[in-house]
Design a protein around this ligand. Structure first.
Ligand SMILES: C[C@H](O)[C@H](O)CC(=O)C(=O)O
Ligand SMILES: [Mg+2]
Length: 398
């Protein structure tokens, strides 16, 4: 069987204020819950404590990758990485795709990773590789007229179930989600008073949501092992289900210690800032966590997520990808070791369900009553389109 070859790879940036909304590291407007006094490791500097935008969480902006085949079919993907990632895609990675059969995704991934090994392996470079890989899977699906989840082996259940991440688990419960993950607002620099406020918030939410609704804390790398251990023990009484990304992602030793320290039954989760099979192998081999949370737009794309997930399956570790909307839904529906999904509440007050990549994507499915039927994914590729009203800039060409 012959398929068209890849004709051209193009990389674009979407600037803040020109449709740069999107998920958490894209550009959010003033007053959004996701930028309101969230604990971070930069909180030790008072001038950077109130807002993550103040230290540059939005500095990179959105990366859009388009891959066009000889017959004019275009696969695309959206992730973080902005202009620097555009440079890598256009000036470096495009050579590994153009003129190739798009179904050679293993070889393409391998060449992007090993061709950039001397300056890459993690972070921004793997964001860029992920963007290309996702655009390639979208193209493959469009060429075969099949949704990505079919190409990953098909659905193992009829619907996805979601927990919500946002400032209002009480409202998430009313919207039908199975749980609510809150950002942690106060870091170690805010001392005992901050710790008390963190615990009081869980206690307050527990009184609002009742016993069975999951409550979790997302600590966004802000803590040290001692603080995280104390927080976990104090919140145990209010049924905190898991403590997420409590410390620096490079501190595998700290995670291994934290997992030993938390109260029995409380889960330790992490991995949204981890990449590739090798990074996740470290987390698993060192006994760092109970759930790994790769972001498919950051960890190396679908091609790499399949390898990470196979390792996790053999290890008995759950894989619950970080946010990333359709890019993770097409994976989660195909795996038993990925039993539920995250929905990031992008409504500024977390009071209603809004598409995660609004306004960049059109046709993005959202959960209803905390669930999404597999039939909502039954479109070629990832099943979404780029919104033509959002301005794209192509800073580099090759
Ligand atoms: C809410 C967190 O600080 C972050 O913005 C999102 C995240 O880490 C998650 O969804 O998980
Ligand atoms: Mg998180």
């Amino acid at each position: 069987m012959t398929f068209p070859k890849i004709k051209q790879v193009r990389a674009y940036v979407i600037k803040g204020g020109e449709g740069g909304g999107g998920a958490d590291y894209h550009d959010q407007g003033e007053g959004h819950w996701i930028d309101n006094h969230i604990a971070t490791s930069m909180g030790r500097y008072p001038e950077y404590r109130q807002s993550r935008k103040s230290f540059g969480i939005n500095v990179l902006g959105t990366l859009v990758v388009e891959i066009e085949a000889d017959d004019g079919t275009i696969g695309f993907a959206v992730t973080t990485g902005g202009e620097p990632a555009c440079y890598m895609v256009e000036k470096h990675f495009a050579r590994f795709l153009e003129g190739r059969n798009p179904f050679e995704y293993e070889r393409i991934w391998d060449q992007m990773y090993f061709g950039s090994q001397y300056y890459g392996r993690k972070g921004l470079v793997v964001n860029a590789i992920s963007g290309v890989d996702l655009a390639l899977w979208d193209l493959m699906g469009k060429l075969r007229q099949e949704p990505v989840y079919h190409m990953l082996g098909g659905a193992v259940r009829d619907e996805l179930q979601f927990y919500a991440t946002g400032a209002r688990p009480d409202l998430a419960k009313e919207m039908g989600f199975i749980g609510g993950k809150m950002p942690l607002y106060h870091g170690p620099i805010e001392g005992e008073e901050g710790l008390k406020k963190n615990v009081e918030l869980v206690a307050d939410m527990r009184s609002k949501v009742g016993e069975d609704f999951w409550l979790m804390y997302d600590c966004w790398m802000a803590l040290d092992v001692n603080y995280a251990t104390r927080l976990a023990h104090k919140c145990h009484e209010y049924g905190l289900k898991w403590i997420e990304e409590a410390i620096n992602p490079d501190d595998y030793w700290g995670y291994a210690q934290l997992k030993k320290n938390v109260p029995q039954g409380m889960l330790v989760t992490t991995g949204e800032h981890e990449s590739t099979r090798w990074g996740f192998k470290m987390l698993m081999d060192m006994g760092c966590c109970d759930i790994i949370q790769p972001d498919v737009g950051w960890c190396g794309g679908v091609t790499e997520l399949l390898k990470i997930s196979a390792l996790a399956d053999a290890n008995g570790t759950l894989v619950v990808p970080h946010g990333s909307s359709v890019y993770s839904y097409h994976f989660v529906i195909t795996r038993h070791n990925s039993p539920f999904a995250e929905f990031l509440m992008m409504a500024p007050k977390a009071d209603h369900v809004a598409p995660m990549f609004h306004p960049q994507l059109l046709g993005e499915p959202v959960p209803e009553n905390g669930r999404l039927k597999v039939t909502a994914l039954d479109k070629p590729g990832f099943g979404v389109e780029l919104n033509p009203e959002v301005k794209l800039y192509r800073p580099y060409e090759h």
